[in-house]
Design a protein around this ligand. Sequence first.
Ligand code: ACO
Length: 155
Amino acid sequence: MSSADDSVVVRFVTEDDKDGWQRLWKSFQEFYEVSFPNELDDFNFKRFLDPTVKMWDAVAVNGLSGEIIGMVNFFSHMSTWDFKDKIYINDLYVGENSKIKGVGRKLIQFVYEEADKLGTPSEYWCTDESNHRAQILYTKIGYKAPKIMYKRNGY
Ligand code: ACO
């Protein structure tokens, strides 16, 4: 098991993190070959900081340089299958120079811990069938559900 350098800290995003978060968010979009307008970045960032909205972002920060090297966006929603809400992990990204050092694992671990504190210990997410790299991590920290995703249209 690789472990993130002890100097890597994962914490909720703050107002000052906008540039660092947006840089990774743009890289994440490049990875998916999509391009969202800056207005959506602003909208998302506002929601992360709004205590009335159950959507959050956590960032992994290199404790030595202060650079934001990873991010995870997640939100909670109701479910007819439980009294408790569930957490959906929308986006996970680790910067190119920081991959395979345990940062992705640390970011998901943060979501697990915060979800436990919220009393919503059920987390789920999806990834592309072709994203084998992410799946290596995911099968270590969760299990592959026997589900197929359908969409009406869009992304
Ligand atoms: N060969 C062998 N093992 C590997 C390999 C590889 N090529 N790549 C990863 N691993 C293993 C590591 O050894 C590690 O396991 P361990 O903790 O037991 O040692 C695990 O897989 C990787 O864990 P991390 O180092 O924590 O992962 P990383 O920090 O690299 O983040 C991530 C993974 C987020 C998928 C990163 O590669 C990334 O940002 N990729 C591009 C964007 C992406 O695919 N995001 C996820 C989309 S799905 C979603 O957003 C919900």
